[in-house]
Design a protein around this ligand. Structure first.
Ligand SMILES: [Zn+2]
Length: 234
């Protein structure tokens, strides 16, 4: 049992790319048990109540706000920052049976939060890869799981793109190339500061064949996103 856990942790070490404790990394003490999560909710509830006190909100006597500290704490622990506390999903690979072309999953839904302002980041992620000589492919929904795992944290889009790329690259061992493109809008741009609606940020991280041969594979990837009116933008 312990050996299995060590093996799993070892795989995990390869996948995480920022130090433990950062908003976009796993939390110290990860992975958390249900009991540990409950006690974190308690502590965060109390702290958020104080945060509202500082903002002169009489939340204790406001029927709409009296449960808000707990709601916010639970939202962070069980949804918004879930990827910091929960185990990375087990990812199995399968033989590609001779398929050596591009594999693409487009329009993977992304919900994240910017670690600068704690405002929503929403968009889509497109992932492409070419399996290696040994021809291992991974289950399609696992790409969604990877996006969820790294998206459900504090994030900056550039690093998030890098983290998703690194995870696919490590899980899909001996691949010939991986490309990840993230198209997202940031609430912190639309609701505060400059307050511009509709501006989307596009980030792309590519490796292997996606960087070679005059970017042919890269071109095929982006062309594929347009087929059947695939949503390149959001
Ligand atoms: Zn922000």
């Amino acid at each position: 049992m312990e050996e299995m856990e060590n093996k799993r942790r070892k795989k995990y070490d390869k996948i995480e790319c920022v130090p433990v404790g950062m908003a976009n990394g796993v939390a110290a003490g990860f992975p958390f048990t249900d009991k540990e999560k409950e006690s974190m909710v308690e502590e965060a509830t109390e702290a958020f109540g104080k945060f509202l006190d500082a903002l002169k909100c009489d939340w204790r006597n406001d029927p709409n706000s009296m449960e808000t500290p707990r709601r916010v704490a639970k939202a962070y622990v069980y949804d918004l920052w879930k990827g910091r506390y929960d185990n990375f999903t087990e990812i199995t690979s399968f033989p590609s049976d001779g398929y050596d072309g591009l594999i693409i999953e487009r329009n993977i839904s992304l919900t994240s939060m910017c670690s600068h302002h704690h405002q929503a980041i929403r968009g889509v992620v497109h992932i492409g890869y070419v399996a290696g000589e040994n021809g291992r492919v991974i289950g399609l929904s696992k790409l969604n799981r990877i996006v969820e795992h790294f998206g459900r944290r504090g994030a900056i889009q550039e690093q998030l793109t890098q983290a998703i790329h690194q995870a696919v690259d490590k899980v899909c061992e001996d691949n010939k190339g991986v490309i990840v493109s993230v198209v997202a809008t940031h609430n912190c741009v639309s609701c505060r500061g400059v307050k511009h609606q509709g501006a989307a940020m596009v980030t792309t991280k590519a490796s292997g064949v996606f960087m070679e041969n005059d970017n042919q594979a890269r071109k095929e990837f982006f062309d594929s996103l347009k087929i059947n009116n695939g949503h390149v933008s959001i």
